[in-house]
Design a protein around this ligand. Structure first.
Ligand code: KG4
Ligand code: ZN
Length: 341
């Protein structure tokens, strides 16, 4: 008998995503985004995002079913993001997913969005090894995970104590006068700069801080250092070497992310790293992780960029893994948990 067909639904932020997955095979993945509506505000407006999910829900679901060549009745289980995320956005997805599960009389799985960012890699690079380290980096999260079973055994080794990596990039983008969200713009600009031009701090990687927080991150000091540097140049009436700032800043972020991830591999005795989340689109992170992973004999798995940003495939992948591991379905009344750890 073939494996169950899982419908994955993602609405935790500004993307409305639907995907159909059978086992570890991705049949369709369709995403609508309301980012254009938020860009002019310089940040996500929660009410706008919630309404956009409501409007995009049915057309995006239909598009995903069409792309997979299946009908709603063919779905064997419904997986939906239960948290973390914007409570209004999560509520739209959860309410609709509950209705679908009820109407179809199928089990409902509320899943963790952050873990989904890692789970999606199974659809691309195949089954995970028995034990590995996951790094989730996005606009909202920077977490280092030790994984034995993606559905049942994920332990957080560390996380950011202040800004997420993507958030720090967005703030530096603003300092450099780039459009929102600044991450991809800073990345592009950094490719024309000298990454050794300015030595920016690597948060929590030296002295007592490093001992107390071996796998935690801190990017707010780095962001402040960039702000001070920009101010200093402006006060001196000099021209800002924006590409060098972008490159040196990117280097500092990638360096600390990769160093701590490889240190976690060493401590846990694992040979594989899986990186996910919107920030894993970052070119320097990809480069440095591959480079240093090769030196240490660690396999580095990063899904293609379209599966790094928020999408339904990550949720369907995790739902599918939960079914495989025999996890019980969620209660019918499962709430939105915007602060889910
Ligand atoms: O995972 P994601 O799509 O949404 C969240 O769950 O947060 O991540 C988006 C974040 C934004 O902060 C964006 O600026 C950043 O990832 N980002 C990048 C790049 N592409 C996206 N940051 C640096 N370099 C990139 N290439
Ligand atoms: Zn995300």
């Amino acid at each position: 008998m073939s494996e169950p067909l899982v419908l994955g639904i993602e609405t935790s932020c500004d993307e409305t995503g639907f995907a159909l997955v059978r086992g570890r095979e991705l049949l369709a993945d369709v995403t609508a985004s309301s980012m254009d509506e938020h860009a002019r505000f310089g940040g996500i407006v929660p009410e706008v995002a919630s309404r956009a999910h409501l409007e995009a829900f049915v057309p995006t679901l239909d598009a995903a079913l069409d792309a997979a060549g299946c009908r709603l009745e063919d779905v064997d289980a419904v997986a939906v993001t239960a948290g973390p995320g914007l409570v209004g956005s999560l509520t739209v997805g959860l309410a609709a997913a509950k209705s679908l599960a009820l109407a179809l009389d199928r089990p409902l799985y509320g899943v963790n969005h952050v873990i989904g960012h890692i789970a999606v890699d199974e659809l691309v690079h195949g089954a995970f090894p028995d034990h590995f380290v996951g790094l989730v980096v996005s606009g909202g999260h920077t977490s280092l995970l030790e994984v034995r079973d993606i559905a049942t055994d994920v332990v957080e080794l560390g996380q950011t104590l202040d800004d997420a990596a993507g958030e720090a990039f967005d703030k530096v983008g603003r300092l450099l006068g780039l459009p929102y969200p600044g991450g991809p713009h800073v990345d592009r600009l950094s490719q024309q700069g000298d990454r050794t031009a300015i030595r920016f701090p690597r948060g929590l990687s030296r002295g007592k801080d490093a001992v107390r927080h071996p796998y935690d991150f801190s990017f707010s000091g780095l962001k402040t250092a960039v702000a001070r540097y920009v101010e200093g140049v402006e006060d001196a009436g000099e021209e800002l070497p924006a590409a060098d700032v972008a490159a040196s800043f990117s280097e500092a972020v990638a360096d600390v992310l990769v160093s701590k991830t490889l240190a976690a591999c060493q401590r846990t005795g694992t040979r594989t790293v899986v990186i996910g989340g919107g920030f894993s689109a970052n070119s320097r992170l990809r480069e440095l992780a591959a480079e240093r992973g090769a030196v240490h004999g660690i396999e580095v798995r990063i899904p293609p960029i379209r599966y790094c940003t928020d999408n339904g495939a990550m949720i369907a992948a995790l739902g599918s893994a939960m079914l495989r591991s025999g996890v019980a379905p969620s209660a019918a009344g499962i709430p939105a948990d915007s602060g889910m750890p």
